[in-house]
Unconditional design. Structure first.
Length: 283
């Protein structure tokens, strides 16, 4: 599907469908287009919204996770949304967690995939060899299990960011903020349901990070996708959408005071190629 962006008073976003509101939060690289398969799949049953996070628009001194959380609050307030489900990848998951900790009454639940907030393998505190295109391509490929997912278009985008001095500085500052803001001791305060969908071969936030999230969160469930890296919604979209739909169903049931078992709900729309996962695979 072709994404149609809306621009309103400082907010750029994609909005599709109608129904319960699901907000998609992208990571440090890319934007709403990272969730294109999710937008296409969910719009028939949900009001699915993907804002562009202002990663490179914030003042340098305010480039941090907390500012992105405040941006999200402003966006939700502007749109007059009530009780939303948050889906976050990488840095977007961290933003979702920070927002939920600050405004728990606004969030029905979350689905996190490759989220920062505990531990992650970052680019470090400097940008060595940022003008070396082959080096940048190798680093970009580490996002995925299949290195061919790091297309020339994607690598060109990363290369452009790293070779713009101000963007590179903001990228580093945001990455350092994500490392500093460790949420380990705050996670037990989150009472809402949290679904964790993780790539089994994620080297940025490895499987042990997912397990730690699972252990620290009060009400969570964890699923792994095989042969998949740090961005499951891009690398294995069909499997990801099956699990995402189940978790959204689960969140909806819990918000109504019900607690379904592990079986996939009868009558719920299934994502394409859902026969690959006949039942939800809990870790």
């Amino acid at each position: 599907m072709t994404l149609t962006y809306k621009n309103e008073t400082g907010y750029t976003y994609v909005e599709e469908g109608s129904g319960p509101v699901v907000i998609l939060l992208h990571g440090l690289m890319g934007g709403p287009e990272n969730f294109q398969p999710v937008l296409a799949d969910l719009r028939g049953n949900y009001r699915v919204v993907a804002p562009m996070l202002p990663l490179f628009d914030l003042p340098l001194r305010k480039t941090c996770v907390e500012e992105l959380s405040q941006f999200l609050h402003g966006f939700i307030t502007h749109k007059k949304y009530h009780r939303v489900a948050l889906v976050g990848n990488s840095l977007g998951g961290h933003v979702a967690l920070r927002y939920a900790l600050t405004h728990p009454g606004n969030v029905t639940g979350m689905i996190l995939t490759g989220s920062s907030g505990l531990k992650e393998n970052t680019m470090g505190t400097t940008l060595p060899r940022r003008k070396d295109y082959d080096y940048v391509r190798e680093k970009a490929a580490l996002t995925f299990y299949d290195p061919d997912m790091a297309t020339k278009e994607l690598v060109d985008e990363v290369f452009e960011v790293l070779n713009c001095k101000m963007k590179a500085l903001k990228l580093l500052r945001m990455a350092k903020s994500a490392v500093r803001e460790n949420l380990a001791h705050e996670l037990p305060h989150l009472a809402m349901p949290v679904g964790l969908i993780w790539g089994r071969d994620d080297v940025v936030t490895p499987p042990e990070v997912a397990r730690e999230f699972h252990e620290r969160l009060v009400l969570s469930r964890l699923s792994f996708i095989e042969k998949c890296g740090h961005a499951p919604m891009m690398e294995q979209p069909d499997e990801f959408n099956v699990l995402l739909r189940w978790y959204l169903y689960w969140i909806g049931q819990v918000s109504q005071g019900r607690h379904p078992g592990s079986e996939y709900p009868a009558g719920e729309p299934m994502a394409p190629a859902s026969e690959k996962i006949p039942a939800v695979a809990w870790a």
